[in-house]
Design a binder for this molecule. Sequence first.
Ligand SMILES: [Zn+2]
Length: 580
Amino acid sequence: MTFDFIIRNVQVVDGTGTQRKVDDIGIKGDAIAAVGDLSAAEAARVIDAEGQVAAPGFIDMHNHFDQTVLLYPAAQSAVAQGITTAVTGQCGFSHAPLNNHYLACFWEWDWWDRVQSRKYYQEVVGDLDKVRAAAKEVQDLDIDWSTFDEWLRRVEQARPGVNLVPLVGHGTVRAAVMGLDYRRVATEDEIRAMKRYVEQAMEEGAWGISNGMDYAPNAFCSKEESYEVIGAAVKKGGFFSSHWRRTGLREGFGNPGLIEGLKEAIDIARKTGARLEIAHLSPGWLIAPSPTPRLSQVAAEETLAVLDEALKSGVDLAFDVIPNHLTGGVIHARHVAAALTPWLKEAGSMEQLAKNLAAPDLRDEIRQYIGSGKWYSLNPILQPGWASTIVVGNTSVDEFRGKSIMEIARSTGRHPLDALMDVIQQDPHATRAEPKEGSDEVKRIFYKHPRAMVGIDTFLADETAGSRTPPYYLPNPNTFGGMARFIKLYALGLLGLEEGIRRLTGLPAERLGLKDRGVIAEGKKADLVIFRPEAVLDKTTTEEPRQYPDGFTWVFVNGKPAVEDGRLTLSRAGSVLRKS
Ligand SMILES: [Zn+2]
């Protein structure tokens, strides 16, 4: 047989966790055609990969790639770090089905004010006609689908660079049925209508369902509604990914559910018989104001004890963890001024905000609003350590550089909120540096658990991505560097490469029921990553997160190179994996 590619003398880490073995891999079409001694075989292209590792393409268990796949179809940020398959439609947000309303997922930043203008918190449900007009005008994007099938066909036409496993979002379905009148328990008729949407999405190829219990409109659902709506997907063989109640609704001080939220997700899985994926696991207890490393460790262990108990009682669950929690989330605020987003938006520019902060009554107003607990990111109860985590990076003011807001407050004798406003007032362009505090011990404990996998929880992006309006959000560092970080810190540094790779490949494929991916073997799809483990490096910084990682030399998606000799090819060989 003549192959399209032969990868010679490569250390095959096959995704099952077994010890690596030097072999040759032959690719023909979109499949792995042979693994073994292919020294006598011929190929259109031969890659000598001596000293390098071949792994199955990475399967990212949790992200929001579907939200921006039409804007960045080549999926540069994903394939550059070895991701070839992504489980999308997470946290209750999917792009379909649509009725008369649209549920925003935070990438619409530059035009959402045209749909729903708010000073403090976005109203995330908007009129579909307004959304269509704004998306077309600002981003030249046609939101021309309604059903799940139409949406998936739209993605297929865009020829995505990665394989997408699509989930339907409970939040999206709730918006389709209840529109803007969602701040209440749904009626029986409404629940029936939601179930019909979910059943139809499942018939059209959804792989399962997600929920997002910290977000409107999902957060308002009753237990009964969860059982019914999630159950409708499970009855059709669907997988269930849960963004459990952690902070409560973020618009104002909600209910910090934490461990109760985790138990709620487990309860839904138990009641519906779902195969559960707990999204972006974090400790089920908040220890404030400054937990010792030992206290954080105990909170992590206790959280796992709750999961282990559920496992023992027969709930089929697993979970994913974000590699870089210090800067988790889909978007990233590069400037210190972004900490005061509502007032920055109102000012229109960072320079104008700095001028406005000279007014003592504006400062009073900001202090009062934040002190009331209504502003999520500086919430004194939910985020008591905020002043230590904001560290000033590049600035024209020497005495601020490299210091946290807490340190500046202590040295100047000012309240932390005033110290923050002083920094912005004196240098509106001051950037944020890497926080000094924070240990990765919690993540090490989570990743050690045999059911732990990885989800980078970001959008797709390229090196130009970012919002054009204040606060000038950038993609979260995990967007470009999450998998490199996982390999270095938690595969090589904790689990061993073979087991670490299994968590990115064989285990996710098994959990999802993806029979033709996740391991290197004859007949499987040719999703492959060739890399030098010791050279893998996450190069993102908080000041410039749009940096591709080092160490990955070749990435194949369905037999086509998406990365070739360390360079992006922009080939778009991914597919939508519809559940049949
Ligand atoms: Zn989430």
